[in-house]
Design a protein around this ligand. Structure first.
Ligand code: AMP
Length: 288
């Protein structure tokens, strides 16, 4: 095994073989293992998932991989923040291993397989980022099959992604438990995101109101307003804040993400939003 310990205090595996060797050692000792997949630029939201992993298992692997296949050509793949050394420092004493492969290791020449789901991938993000979830499902399947953890942990921040991964793991009989961790927020309620660094001070201020409008829209529906009326009003308020484009503001069935046919929630419901401010696209969600 050749773990890269040159620059960081925490060991880094760069290949599937190195990752598997480290996990095999732990397995020999009878230890349980969690995987926390990330794209790096770690913030307290990511760290909360690592802390949750620590509580659940003996050893924690954090993967850091900015996955090219989940970005569309017009999206921010090349601009996406890459801060590996800082990330490694943040994970000291929290994670046992970083798995940071490069794209050629994950997708060697001849790579031809895509994991693609119907249904839960189609609405919301699927409408605006039609190739996104196939990229996510494929990379997450690979990361789980490389690490073979007992549990894999994902943030509720990307609620639809969490539902997609649960569906995939069920459908493909992948023997791993999927856990969701709650959304970590800034003091004003803005959901933490690696993309928040793109916001100008004015945009940052307006972005802090997004979660307030989500909460108030959800509360209006809880008090009896029809979903279509409440979300139309909420959408207008988001645009009035200075957001340039509202991709969606919807209240859906929390697991299937299907709309409620009677314009009122009849089971577990979730409000989900995606909107652009300046160059930055923000997403958020919460229970209704
Ligand atoms: P990313 O690096 O953006 O791919 O995110 C890696 C993981 O962290 C995903 O499972 C995200 O849902 C999760 N995550 C991102 N932001 C937050 C947050 N504010 N609170 C909790 N989890 C988060």
């Amino acid at each position: 095994m050749s773990l890269d310990t040159v620059s960081y205090k925490i060991p880094v595996a760069r290949s599937a073989a190195d990752l598997r060797a480290a996990v095999a050692e732990w397995r020999k000792e009878g230890l349980s293992v969690a995987l926390v997949p990330t794209m790096g630029a770690l913030h307290d939201g990511h760290v909360s998932l690592v802390d949750l992993a620590r509580k659940k298992t003996d050893r924690v692997v954090v993967s850091i991989f900015v996955n090219p296949t989940q970005f569309a050509p017009n999206e921010d793949f090349s601009a996406y923040p890459r801060t590996e050394a800082t990330d490694a420092a943040r994970l000291e004493g929290k994670a046992d291993l970083i798995f940071a492969p490069d794209a050629a290791d994950m997708y060697p020449e001849g790579f031809s397989t895509t994991v693609s789901l119907t249904g839960v991938t189609e609405p919301l993000e699927g409408t605006f980022r039609p190739t996104h979830f196939a990229g996510v499902a494929t990379v997450v399947a690979k990361l789980i099959l490389r690490a073979l953890p007992d549990i894999a942990i994902f943030g509720e921040k990307d609620w639809q992604q969490l539902m997609v991964i649960r569906r995939m793991v069920t459908d493909l009989d992948i023997p791993v438990e999927i856990l969701g961790g709650p959304i970590m927020r800034e003091a004003d309620g803005l959901a933490m995101s690696s993309r928040n660094v793109y916001l100008t001070p004015d945009e940052r201020k307006a972005a802090g109101q997004l979660n307030v409008i989500l909460r108030e829209t959800a509360d209006a529906v809880t008090k009896g307003a029809p979903i279509s009326e409440a979300t139309a009003e909420g959408g207008k308020r988001i645009l009035a804040l200075g957001f340039s484009k509202l991709d969606y503001l919807e209240i859906r069935d929390a697991s299937s993400l299907a709309p409620f046919p009677d314009d009122r929630p009849t089971g577990d419901a979730r409000i989900l939003v995606a909107a652009k401010i300046g160059k930055t696209r923000l997403i958020d969600n919460m229970p209704v």
